[in-house]
Design a protein around this ligand. Structure first.
Ligand SMILES: [Zn+2]
Length: 72
């Protein structure tokens, strides 16, 4: 493996993890919260998951997301 292969391998892996995340999100049963935030990967507290079924983001990321998306 030369340097180019290493870089390509890294890019592949990086892309794949992003794709995996999107696929995992798409397969998520409706109404079930994720255990980790899809934005930052931090754990979403169980309390938040119970209060907000379908949560996919931690409180901080959700707040940012709502500001950006205009209340989604
Ligand atoms: Zn987050």
């Amino acid at each position: 493996m030369d340097e180019g292969d290493v870089a390509k391998d890294y890019a592949d892996r990086h892309n794949r993890s992003a794709i995996d995340r999107v696929l995992a999100e798409a397969r998520r049963p409706v109404g079930l919260s994720l255990e980790v935030c899809i934005d930052c990967g931090d754990e979403i507290p169980a309390e938040r998951r119970e209060k907000q079924p379908g949560s996919t983001r931690c409180v901080e990321c959700q707040a940012v997301h709502e500001r950006l998306e205009g209340g989604m």
